[in-house]
Design a protein around this ligand. Structure first.
Ligand SMILES: NC(=O)C1=CN([C@@H]2O[C@H](COP(=O)(O)OP(=O)(O)OC[C@H]3O[C@@H](n4cnc5c(N)ncnc54)[C@H](OP(=O)(O)O)[C@@H]3O)[C@@H](O)[C@H]2O)[C@@H](O)CC1
Ligand SMILES: [K+]
Length: 521
C-alpha cells in the first residue's frame, strides 16, 4: 500500500537518523537513488547535458550532489543558482568538473534559457519540503524556464506545497518526480499533483508513523475485491438497489447499471423514476426500457416520482445507490429520506446530492443516527453546492479552499456532515468522517466526460452491497474505474468503461498489473 506523509511526519522520522553518524548519510542515500533514476532514464550519462536548478537548502544540495556524481561519470553539468547554494553540494560539483552560474552575479536569463534549451535533462532542486509560500521571484523565473518534458523534480516540484499540493504562483512542471523516504502528501493532491509526472520513491531508510494519506495499489485492490466462493449465491454476493434514471435522463441509469453489473453485484434491483401508465399498477419509464434493452439481467421496477413505498417494496437489498439521472427536487428528497430511514449503506450521487444537502441543512444530525454509512460522490461543483446547502459554506470560498488545501477541506466536510466523501477529480479523494483518507492514483484525464461518474456510482454500490466498507468501496471503485480508463480506446466514452472492467479485474486477480515498486502514476 503506497503511503503519503506530512512534512512534520517526515521531519520527525529524519531526526534520529540526522542526529547519528555518519553525517550526510540521508542525503547521500537520496542522491544515489536520484542518480540511478537519471542514469536509467538517459541511458547514457557520458556526454549528456544536465542543468541543475539549485536552491539554497538541502533540496539544492541533493541536486548539486547528483550533478557532481553525473559530472564524474562524464556528463556536462551546469548549475543555475538564484541565491546562496548548499556549500558541500556546490563544492562537490565544482570538484567534479561541473560549472556553477550564480548567485553573484545572478545567471542572466539568456544564459539560463540557452543552457536549459540544450539540456537533455533538468534537475529541479530549487525547493523541497522546506519551501513556504509561493516561489520568490528569482526562483520563479528559473522555474518558468524548466521544460516540462525534460525536467525531473527532486523530492517535490518546486513551487508545489509539499503538504497541501497548493500551487501559489509559478511552479515547476516535471515529467517525473524522484521523492525520498515517502510520498509527500502534496504530490497526491491537486493542483500540485498535476505538476509531478510519475513519482519514483527512493527508500532512504526512514522509520515512518501511520500515514496521513493512503493509496491502494493493484495488489491491495485484488485482495479487497469480493470474489465469489463455493458457498456464494446471487443473494449472498450482495443485492444492490440502484435508484437511477428518469424520463428526462434515462441514459445515466444504463451507465450506472453497467458499472454495477461489472462491479460484481450478485443481484441488481433497479428502481427508475417515470410516469404512471394508463392503468393503475402499470408504471412505465423510458429508463426502464433502456436499461432492460441494454442489461436484461437487471430486475427493473419503475416507480412514480417520490414513491418511497414502491421503492422499498422492490425487495430487500444490502446497499443502495441513488442519484444518476435523477432531477433534484422534492420527489428525490422524499426517496432519499426514505433510504436514510432504512439502515443500509447508501451511495449518494448526482441528482440526489442537492436533496441530501437540503436534508442535512434541515437536520445536521440526519446521518448521525444511522449505523450504516453514507458515501457521497460529488465532483468539485457538486461538492461546493452540497456544502452550501448542508453546511452553509460559501461556494466561492470553498473553491479557494479546495485549491489551497484540498484534503483539509474534504476532511472538514466529512467530519461536519457525517458522510464519507469521495471527491471526484484528477486525484479522487475518499475521506471518512473520522478523517481516514485515500487518494486514487489511477486514471486518465479522458475520464472527465459526461456519464463516467454514473458508472462509478454503480460500481461502488456493487462493492458496498458485497460488504466492502464504505471508504474502501470508494477507493477500490475509483481504482478500478481509473484502470479501465487507462485501457480505453481514445477518445474515451463513459459507455466504454463497463466493458473494460472485466479485463481489469481479471488482470488484477491474476496479479498481472502489479506496478513497479515505489512507482505510481
Ligand atoms: N533533511 C534530510 O535529512 C534530508 C533532506 N533531503 C532533502 O532536503 C530537502 C529539504 O531541505 P531543506 O529543509 O533545507 O529545505 P529546502 O526546501 O531545500 O529549502 C528551504 C530553504 O529555501 C528557502 N525558501 C523557503 N521558501 C522559499 C520560497 N517560497 N522561495 C524561495 N526560497 C524559499 C529558505 O531559505 P532562506 O532563504 O529563507 O534562508 C529555506 O531555508 C528535502 O526536500 C529533500 O530534497 C534529502 O536529502 C533526504 C535527507
Ligand atoms: K524540487
Amino acid at each position: 500500500m503506497p503511503n503519503a506523509h506530512t512534512v512534520d511526519q517526515v521531519r520527525a522520522a529524519e531526526a534520529p537518523l540526522l542526529a547519528g553518524p555518519p553525517p550526510g548519510i540521508l542525503m547521500q542515500r537520496a542522491v544515489s537513488g536520484l542518480v540511478a533514476y537519471v542514469a536509467r532514464r538517459l541511458g547514457r550519462v557520458h556526454g549528456a547535458r544536465i542543468v541543475v536548478l539549485a536552491g539554497g537548502g538541502d533540496n539544492g544540495g541533493d541536486a548539486l550532489w547528483a550533478g557532481a556524481r553525473l559530472a564524474a561519470r562524464g556528463a556536462r553539468v551546469d548549475a543555475l543558482a538564484p541565491g546562496r547554494t548548499h556549500p558541500e553540494g556546490s563544492a562537490a560539483l565544482l570538484a567534479a568538473g561541473g560549472r556553477l552560474h550564480g548567485p553573484d552575479p545572478a545567471p542572466a536569463d539568456e544564459v539560463a534559457r540557452a543552457l536549459v534549451g540544450e539540456a537533455d535533462l533538468v534537475l529541479d532542486g530549487l525547493l523541497g519540503i522546506g519551501g513556504r509560500g509561493g516561489l520568490r521571484p528569482a526562483h520563479a523565473r528559473l522555474a518558468a524556464f524548466a521544460p516540462p518534458r525534460r525536467t525531473v523534480a527532486v523530492d517535490v516540484p518546486s513551487g508545489v506545497d509539499a503538504d497541501t499540493g497548493e500551487v501559489a504562483g509559478e511552479a515547476v512542471r516535471a515529467s517525473a518526480t524522484v521523492t525520498f523516504g515517502t510520498h509527500k502528501r502534496g504530490l497526491w493532491l491537486m493542483p500540485g499533483a498535476a505538476h509531478t509526472g510519475p513519482v519514483e520513491l527512493v527508500d532512504i531508510g526512514l522509520v515512518l508513523p501511520e500515514p496521513d494519506l493512503r493509496a491502494l495499489d493493484d495488489a491491495d485492490v485484488a485482495a479487497l475485491l469480493p470474489v465469489p466462493g463455493a458457498a456464494s449465491s446471487k443473494y449472498r454476493r450482495g443485492v444492490l438497489g440502484l435508484v437511477a434514471g428518469s424520463d428526462a435522463y434515462p441514459g445515466a441509469a444504463v451507465l450506472a447499471v453497467g458499472g454495477a453489473l461489472r462491479g460484481g453485484a450478485g443481484y441488481l434491483r433497479v428502481i427508475t423514476e417515470g410516469r404512471l401508465g394508463a392503468a393503475p399498477g402499470d408504471p412505465h419509464s423510458r429508463a426502464a426500457d433502456l436499461v432492460l434493452r441494454a442489461h436484461p439481467e437487471a430486475v427493473v421496477t419503475p416507480i412514480a416520482p417520490g414513491d418511497g413505498t414502491a421503492m422499498l417494496a422492490a425487495g430487500r437489498v444490502q446497499a443502495w445507490a441513488i442519484g444518476p439521472g435523477l432531477a433534484p427536487g422534492p420527489p428525490v428528497r422524499d426517496l432519499l429520506a426514505t433510504l436514510l430511514g432504512a439502515d443500509e449503506p447508501v451511495v449518494v450521487d448526482a441528482g440526489a446530492l442537492d436533496p441530501l444537502g437540503e436534508l442535512l441543512g434541515a437536520d445536521p444530525a440526519v446521518l448521525r443516527g444511522r449505523s450504516a454509512p453514507v458515501l457521497v460522490t460529488p465532483h468539485e461543483g457538486e461538492f461546493a453546492r452540497l456544502t452550501r446547502l448542508a453546511l452553509g459554506w460559501d461556494p466561492r470560498t470553498t473553491d479557494t479552499e479546495l485549491a489551497r488545501d484540498r484534503l483539509g477541506t474534504v476532511r472538514r466536510a466529512a467530519a461536519a456532515t457525517g458522510a464519507t466523501v469521495l471527491l471526484k477529480g484528477a486525484r479522487t479523494l475518499v475521506v471518512d468522517p473520522a478523517g481516514a483518507a485515500w487518494a486514487n492514483l489511477t486514471g486518465s484525464a479522458w475520464l472527465g466526460s459526461a456519464g463516467t461518474g454514473d458508472v462509478l456510482t454503480g460500481l461502488i454500490g456493487s462493492l458496498l452491497a458485497a460488504g466492502v466498507p464504505a471508504t474502501l468501496a470508494g477507493a477500490v471503485g475509483a481504482h478500478l474505474h481509473g484502470r479501465a480508463a487507462e485501457r480505453a480506446a481514445l477518445p474515451l466514452a463513459a459507455s466504454d468503461l463497463p466493458d473494460l472492467l472485466p479485463r481489469v479485474v481479471t488482470e488484477l486477480l491474476d496479479g498481472e498489473t502489479a506496478p513497479k515498486p515505489g512507482h505510481c502514476r
